[in-house]
Design a protein around this ligand. Structure first.
Ligand code: ADP
Length: 858
């Protein structure tokens, strides 16, 4: 009992001491003593409280296979490692999470929050350990666990504070720039070495490939290796590469610890594995960059030489970083696309502005060469350092019309081009563009490619070498479906590379320029035509142009005068509509003039017309030969008339004379006298005709002199009527009406008589059915009037003006049997006018005529 009591007393004492040790350690733990100190104190306390020789804290190794003594006192060096799955009480304690007593060895689990930190073991003392001792050991182990937990919490707090600080820093950095290449590169700088020994940023491109934006390694040799790795093994979505896996999953992929096998799984082939082994990653994490549900890329972090490992707790930080980076990328992309859209809009605005300016400049002149020069000046430097404009001549030749250089060196360029003529059928270059109407763009032009359309390309290339040709474009000038020429744009000293956008702008400029060139060409042609028509107006011949469509285009003043049709009325009308029988006229009108009858708007004209085909149609020149034609006709009519007029009395004279000579007319005095009278009458008639003709000759040669006298008009009229009555015989119904008081008339009385005789004879002659013939004499304040009227055949309206013409007869062939020379009325008019009088006629066909002579009164 006593022994027992003694033992109890010892134990009580031992327990009291142990409690004091626990309390002391607890106080130290509470006062914030560092973990390492607490653990060291704990080990010492256990040794003291249990009077143990060996005390140690075992912790699981990194590979999780063994428990290793991390802090110990007196623990035999050979026993500081125990396999976790072995029979050692320490391992059993760890596995079963319960304290145990095995002979002289006691072990208690050090339990953290939810996880086992290790095992506190003690033994080797002289005294066997009791259950109370195990309790003491557990208390100390719990204290270690508590302090470890406190320490870890603190560490976690610190780490999360750090992480937050890091994220804030990263966030700031990511927000700083909208150029995400730069941003992500800086982010990589930030990450290494705080979060990784090396880090990679890969971005997904629109075409589905990956682009490595940033690679950072703390160790420069690894940086080199990483760069080489990227060149050879760019990430492939869905491959075993960490980034490939993260991209495919859209989430985070952890590689807590690489083994050779697990590393091999992340590689594509032996060489890849070889390179990766050199990089020697120990642990890695890859996280997808996701924004708006879209995987934009991946961040890959790896710990290597530092030997650190990524844990679950790192995932949060990495993911948060990735989330922010993805947002920054997304913002930058949005900004970029917005910027691009704005740039596109600005570019479009600038292009439109340029084209509007161009249109203004091009529209400002209708001078052909001025337009081309303006065009060339417009083109540089906006569309190149120099520009050459080529124009196709009507004969198909390509002519260089304008050269412009932004730096004013056009003379040099002109001289070079001058020395190297274009090859007309070159398969490329200016002739090809003109031939096909299709533009050419040579973005990376060389002197030899630029010289491909000339006769001796090498020679020109040599000259162009100096000019540093860099890029060329050639666009056709097309208007109204015709290629008028081409513009060559060359980028040289600016080293600008032409793009398809530049070509489009050049084509748009060319389209506008072509219209302007075409306009100025048309205007020039019109101007030339106007000049030509001015010249045409000054010539006496009628000139008109009939285009290929048969329309009258030009109609000069003479044409107006001859035909009575104005240019305004005829231009644009079909020639066939204007000229009756135009086809025949067009058919005969050649280079040598032909005289053709033309009926224009009811009037018959005789035109001598010639036609010459021109590029615009056929130009006709004509002259009015109607008068000549009529004179010709009149002359032939006169010959016919006169011969008839002479033959008739001559035949009568001849007949009478022969009868007188051959027949024996003795005793037939009556017949003989009649024949002699017939001879006398016909001779007189012959003499009258000859007199008339001779009189006309005198009139026209100026050999006729008229007297001027004051004459009694009644006397002359009376004498004329009486004589006519004598000539015509008693059957003629002649009347004279003379106004009561008449003034004297100023005239040559014999010529007045001649006129009146003629008019009365005509009145009798052209009244085959008889009828009254009157001569009325009257006067007003100025004139004395003699009017001879009949009720005979009359004269058609359209002939009234012509009967006074020389030789003019209504019936030249004398079909009506009325003889005459057509000279009577001509003589009358000539005489009256010479006596300062006037002769006129009014008539109704079938009803008779009145001829009126007015002479000035005295
Ligand atoms: P002619 O010798 O033919 O009579 P004139 O010069 O005297 O020549 O007349 C010219 C033409 O005028 C005549 O041929 C005739 O047709 C016409 N003429 C002249 N007088 C008359 C008239 N009184 N009645 C009708 N016709 C006339």
């Amino acid at each position: 009992m006593v022994t027992h009591q003694v033992a109890d007393a010892d134990q009580l004492h031992r327990r009291e001491h142990q409690q004091a040790l626990v309390a002391e350690l607890g106080r130290a733990a509470l006062t914030g003593t560092p973990l390492a100190q607490v653990v060291a104190d704990a080990v010492a306390a256990v040794a003291d409280g249990l009077a143990a020789d060996q005390v140690a804290v075992f912790e699981p190794s990194a590979d999780g296979l063994t428990l290793e003594a991390t802090i110990s006192a007196g623990w035999p060096p050979g026993e500081d490692r125990v396999p976790l799955d072995g029979s050692s009480p320490i391992a059993q304690t760890f596995r079963e999470r319960d304290s145990r007593l095995a002979g002289s060895l006691a072990a208690a689990p050090v339990r953290g929050e939810g996880s086992l930190i290790g095992v506190l073991a003690a033994g080797g003392g002289a005294q066997a350990l009791s259950a109370d001792d195990v309790l003491f050991l557990r208390s100390i182990a719990n204290l270690i666990a508590a302090v470890t937990g406190r320490d870890r919490a603190e560490e976690a707090r610190q780490r999360s504070e750090e992480a937050l600080g890091f994220l804030a820093e990263a966030g700031n950095m990511l927000a700083e720039s909208l150029d995400y290449d730069v941003t992500l590169s800086t982010l990589a700088d930030l990450v290494v070495p705080r979060l990784a020994d090396w880090c990679i940023v890969d971005l997904a491109e629109e075409d589905g490939t990956m682009r490595r934006v940033a690679v950072r390694a703390a160790d420069p040799r690894k940086q080199e290796l990483l760069d080489a790795l990227h060149d050879e093994y760019p990430p492939v979505i869905g491959s075993g590469q960490p980034a490939g896996q993260a991209l495919a999953s859209g989430g985070t992929v952890m590689f807590p610890e690489f083994t050779p096998e697990s590393l091999r799984e992340t590689t594509l082939d032996d060489r890849h594995y070889e390179l990766m082994s050199q990089l020697d990653p120990r642990s890695a994490v890859a996280v997808a960059l996701v924004a708006q549900g879209q995987v934009l890329g991946a961040l890959t972090f790896a710990w290597s030489e530092s030997g650190r490992r990524y844990e679950e707790s790192d995932a949060m930080l990495v993911e948060e970083l990735a989330r922010r980076a993805a947002l920054a990328i997304d913002n930058a992309r949005l900004y970029r696309s917005e910027l691009a859209a704005r740039q596109t809009a600005e570019d479009a605005q600038e292009r439109i502005g340029f084209l509007i300016d161009a249109s203004d400049v091009l529209a400002s002149s209708l001078d052909y060469d001025e337009t081309l020069r303006a065009l060339a000046r417009l083109a540089v430097p906006r569309l190149g350092d120099w520009c050459v404009i080529y124009i196709v001549r009507p004969n198909g030749e390509i002519e260089r019309r304008a050269v412009e250089h932004a730096g004013g060196r056009q003379d040099i360029i002109r001289a070079i081009l001058e020395a190297h003529p274009l090859l007309p059928d070159a398969p490329v270059g200016v002739p090809a563009v003109i031939g096909t109407g299709v533009s050419e763009l040579d973005a990376e032009a060389s002197p030899i490619s630029t010289a491909a359309d000339v006769d001796a390309p090498e020679a020109l290339a040599g000259a162009l070498e100096e000019i540093e040709v860099h890029s060329t474009m050639c666009v056709p000038l097309i208007a109204r479906r015709r290629t008028l020429g081409a513009i060559l744009f060359v980028s040289a000293e600016s080293r600008r590379v032409f793009t398809s956008d530049d070509l489009k702008l050049a084509e748009e400029l060319a389209a506008r320029a072509a219209v302007a060139v075409d306009n100025s060409r048309l205007f020039n042609e019109a101007e030339q035509r106007a000049e030509a028509s001015e010249a045409l107006d000054s010539i006496a011949d009628g000139v008109f142009l009939v285009d290929s469509g048969g329309c009258v285009r030009i109609w000069n003043v003479a044409a107006e005068a001859i035909t009575g049709i104005t240019a305004d009325d005829i231009r644009g009308r079909l020639a066939g509509e204007v000229f009756e029988g135009w086809e025949q006229i067009a058919a005969v009108a050649g280079a040598t003039p032909r005289t053709v009858p033309v009926t224009i708007e009811g009037r018959e004209l005789w035109l001598s017309i010639s036609g010459v085909p021109s590029s615009d149609g056929t130009a006709y020149a004509f002259r009015d030969v109607t008068a000549d034609r009529q004179l010709d006709r009149l002359k032939s009519d006169f010959v016919a008339t006169v011969s008839h007029e002479l033959r008739t009395p001559l035949a009568a004279v001849y007949g009478a004379a022969v009868t007188l000579a051959e027949r024996d007319l003795s005793g037939r005095e009556e017949v003989r006298r009649e024949l002699v009278a017939q001879i006398a009458n016909q001779a007189e008639r012959l003499s009258t005709i000859v007199d008339d003709i001779l009189f006309v000759g005198r009139l026209e040669s100026g050999g006729l002199r008229l007297e001027t006298a004051s004459v009694d008009p009644g006397d002359v009229a009376r004498a004329s009527i009486e004589a006519a009555q004598m000539r015509a015989g008693a059957t003629a119904d002649l009347h004279l009406h003379v106004a009561a008081t008449l003034p004297a008339v100023q005239c040559d009385p014999s010529r007045l008589r001649q006129v009146l005789d003629n008019l009365i004879d005509n009145a009798i002659k052209y009244s085959p059915g008889g009828g009254a013939i009157e001569l009325r004499v009257s006067a007003d304040e100025r004139m004395v009037r003699f009017a001879v009227s009949d009720s005979g055949v009359g004269i058609p309206q359209q002939e009234l003006s012509r009967i006074f013409e020389k030789f003019y007869r209504l019936d030249p062939q004398q079909t009506r049997g009325v003889s005459g020379t057509g000279l009577g009325l001509y003589v009358c008019r000539e005489l009256v006018e010479r006596m300062e009088g006037r002769i006129s006629v009014s008539s109704l066909p079938g009803r008779g005529s009145t001829f009126t002579v007015e002479l000035p009164r005295r």
